[in-house]
Design a binder for this molecule. Structure first.
Ligand SMILES: O=S(=O)([O-])[S-]
Length: 139
């Protein structure tokens, strides 16, 4: 009977992977993201879970896309794309709760050709702590 032995070619820790991923992103602070959002220059994409949104609120004007749908909703060539996802030049700022998962998410969008995709440093928590606009989820 044969057995399967997976031998990883390399072993990278998640911290190393995160650091390497972030080298390819020009991450943005909450205040700078807000300014760009106010200027109509970014699409803010909130990938937090519904439970997090219900607990902490949402950013008015941010688009809600759960992480598992992100690539399908943002690919400008995809049949399931958001109406806003019309160009690879779109400046997308992905946010999660604290700004970890969003770095991997933004890197994935870059692989789709969204060359300006990045993520929000500190995530929603940093946004809220900076006193930037938040409203209740569902309000
Ligand atoms: O844990 S997280 O903030 O990266 S979603």
């Amino acid at each position: 009977m044969s057995s399967f032995h997976a031998t990883p070619a390399t072993r990278t820790s998640v911290d190393e992977l995160l650091e390497a991923t972030r080298r390819g992103l020009d991450r943005i602070s909450a205040r700078d993201a807000f300014a760009a959002f106010e200027a109509g220059d970014v699409l803010l994409v909130d990938t937090r879970y519904q439970a997090q949104r219900e607990r902490d609120g949402v950013i008015p004007g941010a688009v809600l896309v759960e992480r598992n749908e992100l690539e399908w909703r943002l690919d400008p060539r995809g049949s399931h794309r958001l109406p806003q996802a019309t160009s690879h030049d779109l400046r997308v700022v992905v946010l999660c709760n604290e700004g970890y998962a969003s770095s991997f998410a933004a890197a994935s969008l870059r692989q789709l050709g969204l060359r300006r995709a990045t993520d929000l440093i500190g995530g929603f928590q940093a946004w809220k702590e900076a006193g930037l606009p938040v409203r209740e989820s569902g309000a």
